[in-house]
Write a protein that binds this ligand. Structure first.
Ligand code: PLP
Length: 395
């Protein structure tokens, strides 16, 4: 077998903000023969996952599942609802928002990008002002990243909905929840989102390979007059086949077994408990980062992410050298700094299949790495996370 790591024993610590560690239960669920995707056995699983997904997205509407990475579901959201030259309002929260904007340009849309400094997140008043100004309703969609994975900064989606409503603006609201779904509270229906974009490999605890569009009635209505070319991504054929639990083409049967199990795990724990668990891990992590005397990249206390923490490297130290030291010594992967943050931040993923001791192992690996890399910090910072867990223990 191809030897990919130099470690002989123990599990690799995959503490990047996605892909995340796949729980044993999900692995076992996928350890199954491939089946006839047009047969009765598949139909049962197809219907089950489509119904479970509604609970996870907190929606009454349909959820479309693609065999694709999250990027595919971004494209699906745009091409199903919009037409060439349509203006879309997007907000520069970081690397992923920038990629979504570039994609919209390639697709022939006309994005208006509200510039942001990456540390503050979305200032809703700026979105509101732009919508108020747009009396002609040229803006056809507002596209927001709920949890900007490059920075660890979140956006208040309910407040954006209120801004759209108070401007009486008909624009669609599309939200990327690729790194927040099943980690941070997210309510597709209640928050009036038209298209929610998600992926399998982050909070859903699955391998990469599936992605999702949750739809509102308004989004489905918009898809009927949208003129951007689409074929594989077209919702209508999929929605039609999904009514009976099938897909128009071969779905990722093995991943769907895993998805079914992952939904069971999330719903057994209870979504609110899942969110509370992530909040607790994030607080413990930030307390430790502060105790080290390092700085969390997110500079807005109301926008701190529960699924990851981006940590700023002190001036003169390279985050990638530090990450390599952690990987070589402790077999742990930490997230890279993306685009303009390359070398300047490292990201600790604390989402998905995760418990207190996984986090303690992660933070211990980071602290030892800081020492080995000669990064100035106060030793013993991990005690702050231990204190947090003791102070907030449930039993
Ligand atoms: C991971 C991620 C993406 C990209 O998803 P892929 O599955 O790599 O295509 C997009 N947006 C956000 C917020 C992400 O975290």
């Amino acid at each position: 077998m191809l030897k990919l790591t130099h470690r002989a024993s123990g599990r690799h610590f995959l503490q990047i903000p996605g892909p995340t560690n796949v729980p044993d239960r999900v692995m076992r669920a996928m350890d199954n023969a491939t089946i006839d995707h047009r047969g009765p056995e598949f139909q049962v699983i197809g219907k089950k996952v489509l119904s479970d997904l509604k609970k996870v997205f907190q929606t009454e509407g349909p959820v479309v599942v693609y065999g694709a990475s999250g990027t595919g579901a971004w494209e699906a959201a745009l091409v199903n609802t919009l037409s060439a030259g349509d203006k879309v309002l997007m907000y520069e929260t970081g690397h992923f928002a920038t990629l979504w904007k570039k994609m919209s340009e390639r697709l022939g849309l006309n994005p208006e990008f509200i510039a942001g400094d990456w540390r503050q997140g979305v200032e809703v008043s700026r979105v509101a002002a732009r919508l108020e100004e747009d009396k002609q309703h040229e803006i056809k969609a507002v596209c927001i990243v709920h949890n900007e994975t490059s920075t660890g900064v979140t956006a208040d989606i309910a407040a954006i909905r209120r801004a759209i409503d108070s401007a009486n603006h008909p624009a669609l609201l599309m939200v990327d929840t690729i790194s927040s779904l099943a980690s941070i509270d997210y309510r597709h229906s209640e928050w009036g989102v038209d298209v929610t974009v998600a992926g399998s490999q982050k909070g859903l605890m699955l391998p990469p390979g599936l992605s999702f569009n949750a739809l509102s009635d308004k989004a489905i209505e918009a898809s009927k007059s949208s003129r951007l070319p689409k074929s594989y991504w077209a919702w209508n054929d999929i929605l039609e086949a999904n009514k009976n639990g099938f897909w128009p083409y071969t779905p990722s049967t093995t991943l769907l077994y895993g998805l079914s199990e992952a939904c069971d795990m999330l719903l057994e724990e209870g979504l609110q408990n899942v969110f509370a668990r992530h909040t607790r891990f994030a607080r413990a992590t930030r307390r430790t980062v502060e105790a080290w005397g390092l700085e969390v990249f997110c500079a807005n206390a109301d926008a701190l992410s529960s699924s990851l923490t981006a940590v700023m490297m002190p001036e003169g130290h390279d985050a990638d050298k530090f990450r390599k030291i952690v990987l070589d010594n402790f077999d742990m992967s930490l997230g890279v700094g993306l685009s303009k943050l390359a070398g300047k931040v490292f990201r600790i993923g604390h989402l998905g299949d995760f418990n207190e001791l996984t986090l303690m192992g992660t933070l211990a690996g980071v602290e030892m790495g800081l020492s080995l890399a000669g990064v100035p910090h106060k030793p013993g910072g991990i005690n702050a996370a231990m204190n947090h867990f003791v102070e907030t223990s449930k039993f």
